[in-house]
Ligand binder design. Structure first.
Ligand SMILES: Cc1ncc(C[n+]2csc(CCOP(=O)(O)OP(=O)(O)O)c2C)c(N)n1
Ligand SMILES: [Mg+2]
Length: 636
């Protein structure tokens, strides 16, 4: 690093660096702090180089490494969308106290990150995206891969990041960088605002030198806020809860990010209020805690859904109330049901006309517990909660031990993964029929043991995110469950795992197509149309011919993983044990029956069916749909 004295301001030390070098130097100096513990805020950078970033950010990362001036380890991914998923998996695993950067080249490299940006923002997970952008000077325009918008030369593909980012900026001049960096860090570390943060970096500007004030590169610590609730909000919440006879807590991801599981357990134990969880909140209470009633909503437990249907006060903690959580607003049926929402964002706290408690989940739960002293649900309610939960647990046991033939059921595969995984190990999933089955059946024993991405439910998240999850928690085994459809969309990060020596256990569940959308298709009267991976049958013209000569296990092997093939549940159990004990990334392949039975959540999901149709199957489905629709509530 060369230091020059003075940039026109006498006595001010400056440092001459390129914009990309300044960015890397700055990122390496950022820390976050919560509960007295400091950690690197941006501990590394995923990337794929192209002409947009190889000479800018790429050069800066190399120079930082070679000179040792800044510490920002670089991880070469195989697909830009995947690397954003890896960054998201990492940050979620670290409870949003750390985030990874992602550098991509101009054009397709950058636009490949859009899906990842949407996923991160929807799930409220911090990621720092550094897409490369068109020349600020515009001298060489149009550059290869540059969007040319005849209405304005100011538009680039990166403008598509704007709605997907919680902070977006384009650094067209070096002078703009310090303010953009500080704003980016503020948003990344704000629990209420966090999500994808995008700094678009014009290709020429990345390489441009500037005399930076030395203080830009000082060590900075960003405290992660734990806002306390207003006493008046607690008073209002307690007034509603203390009159409740059938209260139910809905625990979302916010409980986990705030590390509030212990506080939640104490609240539940002190009051006897049962706890249902969402996909992001699963594990907030261990599955066998007497107050735990399983998942709530469209893919929840029949126990939680029975309690939700009768609840007079619903206490939502750290939840966005997605349509799966509320069963598309049919889960809560008491005519006078009220909501008390504890959330760090006012936006979520206000949902369903709830009594708002805007606060950190842990601080808010502690305040509620104190203020509810002396309140407890009636014994009859507790007995009903236990009866329902015990009944559900028996259903789970049965589903996990079906003895389904000739091909095993996916529910049995889940049972074995749950059995073989240790209490602290992590289950990863995102899309297909697995998230629903997992929310019903998986028995989480640790707050970080269940990682299902169900905000965006993005096929392809599974393997990519697992990479970041394992980087965030190298002391845990990571069990990735992936359907054949998801695997075909994005399996390539197996190569990254192999090259970085990151060990994953990947369970590849092959049912030759979309069990999930196939079953949904039947529900909407569309007879599994277009959901099978089959040859096109010349007679019917449909994809209902024979199975394809596709060997996904061989594919995984070709990417460098060790592969074990299992044909039965017994073989699967043995193979999975081997994979758990192996040192290398191992894929365990198993074929399952897409038509095997799954327990009923006793719930509904709003998927509109054609109002008019020639097909009798559609007409029947529409009738059923209208019955569900009639149960939908406004919660106003
Ligand atoms: C990127 C993306 N495209 C489309 C969808 C819609 N979708 C949801 S599940 C699914 C099929 C998943 O297939 P697979 O991974 O084999 O799981 P299965 O349904 O067989 O359990 C599709 C296409 C999605 N969630 N994500
Ligand atoms: Mg499938």
């Amino acid at each position: 690093m060369s230091t020059a004295a003075g940039n026109g301001q006498a006595g001010r030390a400056t440092v001459r660096l390129t914009v990309a070098q300044a960015l890397v130097w700055f990122l390496a100096q950022q820390y976050s702090e919560r509960d007295g513990t400091e950690q690197r805020l941006i501990p590394g950078c995923f990337g794929i180089f192209g002409h947009g970033n190889v000479a800018g950010v790429g050069q800066a990362l190399l120079e930082a490494k070679v000179t040792g001036d800044a510490d920002l380890p670089y991880y070469l991914a195989r697909n830009e969308q995947a690397m954003v998923h890896a960054a998201t998996g990492f940050a979620r695993m670290r409870n949003r106290l750390q985030a990874m950067a992602c550098t991509a080249s101009i054009g397709p490299g950058s636009s490949n990150m859009l899906t990842g940006a949407a996923l991160a923002t929807i799930n409220r997970i911090p990621v720092l995206l550094l897409p490369s952008d068109l020349f600020a000077t515009r001298v060489a325009s149009p550059v290869l891969q540059e969007l040319e918008d005849p209405r304005s030369f100011d538009v680039s593909v990166n403008d598509a990041f704007r709605p997907l980012s919680r902070y977006f900026d384009r650094v067209n001049r070096p002078e703009q960088l310090p303010a953009a960096l500080l704003a980016a860090m503020r948003v990344l570390t704000d629990p209420a605002e966090t999500g994808a943060v995008t700094l678009a970096l014009p290709q020429d500007v990345q390489a441009e030198a500037f005399d930076w004030p030395a203080e830009l590169f000082r060590r900075r610590v960003w405290p992660i806020r734990r806002p306390v609730p207003e006493p008046e909000a607690i008073t209002r919440a307690v007034a509603a809860i203390s009159g409740a006879r059938r209260p139910l807590i809905v625990a979302g991801g916010g409980v986990l990010y705030a590390e509030a599981s212990g506080a939640l357990r104490r609240l539940a134990e002190a009051t006897g209020i049962p706890v249902a969880d969402t996909q992001a909140g699963k594990g907030a209470l261990a599955w066998d805690h007497p107050m735990a009633v399983g998942g709530v909503g469209a893919t929840g437990s029949a126990a939680a859904n029975a309690l939700a249907a009768e609840a007079d006060v619903v206490i939502g903690i750290g939840t966005r109330y997605s349509d799966f959580t509320t069963a598309s607003r049919t889960a809560f049926q008491d005519p006078a049901v009220r909501f008390v929402n504890l959330n760090v964002t006012a936006f979520d706290a206000a949902k369903h006309a709830g009594i708002m408690v805007v606060a950190d989940a842990r601080r808010g739960i502690e305040a509620l517990t104190g203020a509810l002293a002396g309140y407890s649900v009636e014994e009859a309610y507790t007995a009903r909660v236990r009866r329902l939960a015990d009944g559900w647990n028996k259903i789970v046991d049965e589903a996990c031990h079906l003895g389904h033939r000739p091909l095993p059921a996916q529910t049995e595969v889940i049972g074995v993964v749950n059995e073989i995984a240790g209490p602290r190990d992590v289950l990863v999933q995102a899309a297909g029929s697995l998230p629903g089955d997992l929310q019903m059946l998986w028995r989480a024993r640790d707050p970080k043991g269940y990682h299902v991405e169900y905000g965006y439910s993005c096929m392809g998240y599974e393997i990519a995110a697992s990479l970041g999850i394992k980087m965030a928690a190298p002391d845990r085994e990571v069990f990735t469950m992936v359907g054949d459809g998801s695997y075909l969309m994005m399996a390539q990060e197996i190569v990254t795992a192999v090259s970085e020596n990151i060990k994953l256990v990947i369970v590849l569940v092959d049912n030759h197509g979309f069990a999930s959308i196939g079953s949904l298709s039947e529900t909407v009267g569309s007879q599994r149309f277009g959901t099978r991976y089959r040859y096109r049958d010349p007679a019917s013209g449909l994809l209902d011919g024979g199975n394809l000569p596709v060997d996904l296990a061989a594919n995984a092997e070709s990417l460098g993983a060790d592969v074990l093939r299992a044909r039965t549940i017994e073989e699967f159990r043995v193979a999975l044990g081997k994979a758990r004990d192996a040192a290398r990334t191992t894929v365990v392949y198993i074929e399952t029956d897409p038509l095997a039975p799954v327990p009923s959540a006793g719930s509904w999901w709003d998927v509109p069916v054609a109002e008019t149709a020639g097909l009798e199957s559609t007409r029947r489905a529409r009738q059923t749909y209208e019955e569900g629709k009639a149960r939908q509530r406004g919660y106003l």
